[in-house]
Design a protein around this ligand. Structure first.
Ligand code: HH2
Length: 280
């Protein structure tokens, strides 16, 4: 049986690992841009992710890779119109990766259940209002700057405590808008305005984020810092690095893993869970 929204939101207490497969309906995503723009291809990919063991599917119609251009809400909706109902029909929990309330509302109407906002409610305050009104869980992610310029020269004194303070502030802002903490998931935003050392410190310091009292999601999949460590220039060859990053963060208390390659992570988690179960 598939998992429920509640299983995801309580995963930090139960220790259950949640695998979120990525479906980018974009022409320009960094590792799979253009691969799933066609509705039939997107549907087949969603079915594959579920067959491989994805508990959730994160659907995005706007790339946030470093240097990417913004995509209007109308264009995001056009990209999603045919695809979203087919993805929802696959049976996994669907989250919508957008910073725009208009897109999020469209996705909720089509059956999506989680709002994944890489701006943590800063891009469009209407997103908090929507989450409050519909009772929709929301992922709040840290990003320094914006995708167009975020990798220019990111600086922190203490990246883990600064990211933690940011996320605590955004949890407060969400609460003020009526979104309860128990409906929130936090994410340090691997690769979003971070150098290699910042990404590593955040993966090692996940425990400090877990102390915020919500589930923690991490999204290291195929990202550039893995290539810096392994020499893998092609993002699709960064699977081993992705698995290592997920397992390291799991030890710190991360329970939700946003990845492109679901089956290998599921296997890696099965072994890690057998060796070292997590949870209260
Ligand atoms: N990373 C990406 C996009 N959305 N959302 C969350 N919560 N956390 C992440 O780490 C995250 C995210 C970037 O990865 P991808 O979707 O593969 O690429 P692109 O933004 O180029 O579409």
């Amino acid at each position: 049986m598939g998992i429920t929204l509640d299983d995801i939101l309580t995963s930090h207490r139960t220790g259950r690992s949640i695998v979120m497969g990525i479906l980018n309906v974009t022409p320009d995503s960094f590792s799979d841009g253009g691969a799933f723009l066609d509705p039939a291809d997107a549907k087949a990919q969603a079915e594959r992710l579920v067959a491989e063991g994805a508990d959730a599917i994160d659907v995005g119609a706007e790339s946030t890779r470093p240097g990417s251009e913004r995509v209007s809400a109308g264009e995001q909706i056009d990209r999603l119109r045919e695809i979203l109902p087919a993805v929802v029909a696959c049976g996994a929990v669907v989250s919508i990766d957008t910073t725009r309330a208009e897109v999020a509302a469209f996705a909720l109407d089509a059956g999506a259940q989680i709002l994944n906002d890489v701006s943590a409610g800063r891009d469009d305050p209407g997103l908090f209002a929507l989450a409050a009104e519909r009772g929709a869980p929301m992922i709040l992610m840290h990003m320094l700057g914006e995708p167009k310029s975020m990798q220019a020269d990111p600086q922190y004194d203490d990246v883990v405590s600064e990211v933690r303070a940011f996320l605590a502030e955004r949890i407060g802002a969400a609460g003020a808008a009526g979104v309860a903490r128990r409906r929130l998931i936090v994410d340090p935003g691997i690769g979003f305005g971070k150098r290699l050392e910042h990404n590593l410190a955040l993966l090692a310091g996940v425990g400090e984020l877990a102390s915020l009292g919500t589930a923690v999601l991490i999204g290291p999949s195929r990202k550039r810092f893995l290539g810096e460590l392994t020499g893998r220039r092609d993002p699709r060859q960064r699977l081993a690095g992705t698995l290592a990053a997920c397992l390291a963060a799991r030890r710190g208390g991360a329970t939700i893993f946003r990845v492109h390659d679901v089956a290998p992570l599921r296997e890696a988690l099965a072994v890690a869970e057998a060796i070292e179960p997590l949870g209260e």
